[in-house]
Ligand binder design. Sequence first.
Ligand code: ADP
Length: 509
Amino acid sequence: PDNIKKPFYIGAIDEGTSSTRFLIFDVIKRKVITSHQIEIKQKYPQEGWVEQDPMEILTAVYECINKVIEKLKELNIDSSDIKAVGVTNQRETTIMWDKKTGEPLHNAIVWLDMRTTTTMDEVLDSVPNKTRNKNYLKPLCGLPLSPYFSALKIRWLIDNVPKIKQSVDAGTCLFGTIDTWIIYNLSNKKLHITDVSNASRTMLMNIETLKWDPVLLKFFKIPQTILPDIKSSSEVYGHIEQPNCLAGIPISGCVGDQQGALLGQLCLKPGQAKATYGTGCFLLYNTGSNKVDSTHGLITTVAYKFGKNPAVYALEGSVAVAGAALGWLRDNMQMMSNISQTQELAERVKNSGDVYFVPAFSGLYAPYWQQDARGVICGITEDTQQYHIIRAALEAVCFQTRDILDAMVKDSGTKLSTLLVDGGMTINDLLMQLQADLTGINVVRPYMVESTALGAAILAGVGAGLIDISDVEPSQMTKFSPQINEDEKDLRYSKWKMAVERSMKWDLS
Ligand code: ADP
């Protein structure tokens, strides 16, 4: 009958570090109707450099969309039932392109890339009073100086790629993180925008005013003309013009992937936290409209902003290498042929045999922020087998999570009783159990682990006026409770700390 409301769907483009996805949601029921995923190649032109091809990303986005539209047809769903689209993305990754041709002027420099270590060294010299204080800009942008964030990547591109320097001087160069690049192209070059959550990862936005900050721009010598407009995370920015199959649909949500996951997990209240385990691992702790300054190595970030409502902030702890360590064990150590074997292989031994693996391949992020740390595997004996090392790689993710949780408790003064988790690695039940054991708190995994994309879809739905956030139904959950005693937990953590000590300052200078 006519009085039954026709279902409507919301699309989410989720451009992660290892792959691009397009998903169609029934947001209210938290249900993925269909999706398509394409892997994205990482290029390593030099040691410590990580790049991706912006055109490959874009082609993958379009292909995912086209494939999803075909799959919808098979389900007898018309593309006109998609009422809004949101974008979520790997953060900090930097693209610069020419606004006349729309062509990228260089490959994207991926967040993991370490090439700006020397740029950072030079920049530290310009900190007043020769203190070389990494936290000098933290009061303005919430972040410590690190090659991780976009500002140094932009600086490097302007200084080292003549084409980019010329384009900046000629006033034809545009910068964007991945969200900006995708929305620019979906809108057929009409929108050059980003949202507050992505902008808060550039080191160029003032964390209070939510505007590009003249002091930061001057410090990094970056002209404002290349920067996108900063919008909220949830409003109608414009409409899709390409690909054709989605033409006319509003683009009404935009959010960095980790902040998207916080929303997708419905961590809407201060004190709620989630951890997303993918290439890296990221913990976000909602602090509401209060901007909390960390004194324990965490960073302050904008979580999201619904239209004209005040911004919601979060404390964040990021781990550079989580799932990526398993890729390394597979590709470089040939310890497995497929990452899906991880759990089965790690379960061939009953513990890690006192082996500790700190996968600090590109330094350590929170709470250590040591860019000259390097990986170590210690505690090896003649009995050590590859299974112990695989298990130690899983435990490393758990210990790094504990490092960050401890910092969050110190900064916020409240202890978490539950950690909500999501991301590609959480399919691994052993990892989930180890996480509960090694932190001593309950680990709770929703049935539907695509929290990041769901977050973008929620923002798009609210932004287009289709739903209220309270309409989204809570998820069913699987709970993992701690099963080892406190003493064992703390003993193991002390050993981890010893291993971390050994990984630090791996540099003669
Ligand atoms: P991203 O968003 O960073 O691209 P995903 O959330 O898609 O990452 O997760 C991919 C990561 O999950 C990879 O680094 C991979 O090593 C890890 N992973 C995939 N399957 C498993 C598994 N069964 N056990 C442990 N880790 C896994």
